[in-house]
Design a protein around this ligand. Sequence first.
Ligand code: TXA
Ligand code: MG
Length: 324
Amino acid sequence: MSDKAGVCLELRDDVAGIDQATEILCAGGTVALPSETVYGLGADATNALAVQKIFSAKNRPTGHPLIIHVENIDSARFFSNDFNVVAETLASTFWPGPLTLLVKRSSKVIDEITGGRETVALRVPANETFQKVLHAFSQVGSGAIAAPSANKYGSVSPTTAQHVLSDMGNLIDAVLDGGNCVVGIESTIVDCTVDPPAILRQGAITLELVNSALRHTGVVATEEFTGESRAPGMKLSHYAPVATVKLFENKDALASYEEQCVLNELSFATILGHEDRELYARNLYSLLREADALQPKEILVLLPEPIDIGVAIRDRLFKAAAPH
Ligand code: TXA
Ligand code: MG
């Protein structure tokens, strides 16, 4: 579908749109798809050329592995040699949903997906539109969709079709508009290949939820923030707007910094977020994008409390604020 470069089809969330998205996947093209977390840039995970198009559209280093999205646990098992008890338990508890499992790969996984690693990341998304595409694609194609977040490498993830179009509309074949993503931040990643299992990226499924699901197995998962080595792409500066991001633990500190900015004639935009942390997560990337569009020197952000999904919001904000 490379002859279509520059023209991005805008597909609606209806039968014709799902059919067209599926056709593009079958033909080795790229389609941005709505998920419950963020929009993903999808391509056939079993087609090396299609997968390469994802890397070039995103300008992402090819060593950074991709998540394979599948319709159900059975399809996930097909891509793993060792879908162990931890993976089975977490998959049956949280799928479909915002959880990605890192497991040993099977020979069915191509090297382009894993960057040559022996592990593969798998997820069954909960978004109905994504599920319809997965279902249709498993009837006529591989049923496996590789999809990183549909943004340029290192920048803010998209949670609307409009975000995708403005970031990479000229670089992909189509975007399927499924409205706003309900969770708003990327899936939790659990490495099931290590003992104890480790959370490599925070998300809506917290460590507490993971451990309550695992309780009957006697296994206790931990958190790991090694970043670069284990899960490339989780480098410090990520999810980053153009403006410098400054973080504040409380409103008073933020207000006095605002006063200083006014005195020093420094342009700024402020994000207070929402007390409701789920709503904060849902709107986080839109708020960052809107603030950045004002082209301020600095974006001042009030951090949520590190409770529930607040932990993941803070993780993204710390990365957005890291020097880049
Ligand atoms: O919510 C999500 O997970 C979204 C939606 C579209 O599903 N996808 C997403 O993909 O956030 P991406 O590529 O932006 O982030 C996936 C992360 C990357 O940091 C990547 O390095 C890591 O998962 N990852 C994928 N496969 C891996 C592997 N085999 N070993 C270690 N890390 C892996
Ligand atoms: Mg990403």
